[in-house]
Design a binder for this molecule. Structure first.
Ligand SMILES: [Zn+2]
Ligand SMILES: [Zn+2]
Length: 376
């Protein structure tokens, strides 16, 4: 197998192609018939390039065999060679329930490059209740939007309006928990995918919980609002003495298609997956949902739209709205891995924090607490 790297700074051998923003793409080029098609395949795979510029691209460090008619997309199998851990004889697992915690109407062009100017989408804001089968831990993955949005850091107000976001919170995480008889004080762990306003909720009622957050986000909070009036991150978000910062994700061992994951309880029931790109410290969760090999992957904001997973759309970098991700290339690379997870692992359900099709199919149903998302 020959792996190649496309580099946006190089040019010549492949000639000009209608692409831009190509950074680092990994393809099995030996399986690709000719170079511009490789670029198209890479486009399909990562979905990160814009279609209307003429930046030249070439391949380097590759041995290319012309094989017209060879299937284009082959790298997924190469990514997904690592099995997920097999269950043990008394395997612990997690019951996962969805919580509806607000809605955000967004300009669709902010999240997918195939949208038309003026297209809007109403995104559900989902949090997840994760209950361990034996140790009694009650974990929340994200808290959604807080109801008292007037108490968000000052800068958010102008920013949300400026982006054209319309946020509504008919029910928040506390309301959603109450539907199944849980109070915030029953929650033992709050794990944040990242610290954007639609994920951090209101941390104050969770007085018995340990908060878990990517260490890379720590300085944002420690020097946050109101000390820094321009900060988007509330200084009082993470309770002192009850916060665990996830250090050195680069040292975590690989898991499935992902290079770095942490076994939360040490029993293979729940993993924190390093998910770089969207924001500093961004993480995903991979929870085992049965004792016989079912899983759910909670992707946070690694993708805001399912079409990024299927390859039907790419990540835009809108002239006015900017990019939805702090590091577009790292996000695109992570999406490739998520796509591998969805395609190559039939017993893994992949859900986004703003998963419109899944929400539309499941709203008000048994997947929402006090119900449980069925294990695959
Ligand atoms: Zn976000
Ligand atoms: Zn979000």
């Amino acid at each position: 197998m020959t792996w190649g790297i496309l580099d946006k700074h190089a040019h010549k051998e492949a000639g000009s192609v209608r692409t831009s923003d190509i950074h680092i793409l990994l393809c099995d080029f030996a399986k690709l018939p000719w170079i511009p098609t490789a670029v198209v395949a890479a486009y399909n795979m990562l979905g990160t390039m814009q279609r209307d510029s003429h930046r030249p691209v070439r391949l380097r460090e590759t041995k290319i065999e012309a094989r017209p008619g060879t299937p284009l997309l082959r790298p997924m199998a190469a990514l997904a060679t690592r099995e997920l851990p097999a269950p043990t004889s008394d395997q612990a697992y997690c019951d996962v329930s969805a919580l509806e915690c607000g809605f955000i109407e967004i300009p669709l062009l902010w999240v997918i490059d195939t949208a038309e100017e003026g297209d809007k989408s109403v995104l559900p804001v989902l949090a997840f209740l994760i209950r361990h089968s034996t140790n009694g831990d009650v974990l929340l993955f994200d808290l959604g939007v807080r109801k008292d949005m007037e108490n968000l850091p000052t800068m958010y107000h102008g920013r949300i309006n400026g982006m054209g976001f319309l946020t509504t919170v008919p029910e928040d995480a506390v309301d959603a928990l109450a539907k199944g008889g849980l109070a915030p004080t029953d929650v033992t762990t709050v794990c944040y995918s990242h610290l954007h306003y639609d994920h951090i909720g209101d941390s104050r009622p969770y007085t018995n919980a340990t908060f878990v957050v990517g260490a890379a986000a720590r300085p944002l909070v420690e020097h946050g609002w109101p000390e820094d009036p321009k900060s988007l991150f509330p200084q009082d978000l993470l309770p002192e003495g009850r916060t665990r910062f996830l250090d050195n994700p680069g040292m975590w061992p690989p898991l499935g298609p992902f290079p770095h994951a942490l076994d939360v309880y040490g029993d293979g029931s729940l993993y924190i997956v390093d998910a770089p790109g969207h924001m500093l410290g961004h993480i995903n969760l991979l929870a085992r949902t049965s004792a016989d090999g079912g899983w759910i992957f909670l992707a946070g904001d690694s993708a805001h739209d399912r079409r990024l997973l299927t390859g039907e759309a790419g990540i835009p970098n809108h002239g006015l709205l900017g990019c939805a991700h702090g590091d577009k290339v790292a996000t695109a690379e992570h999406i490739v891995r998520m796509r591998a997870l969805e395609v190559e692992y039939p017993r893994v359900r992949v859900l986004l924090a703003h998963d419109v099709p899944w929400y539309d199919a499941n709203k008000g149903g048994l997947a929402f607490w006090p119900g449980t998302i069925p294990s695959l």
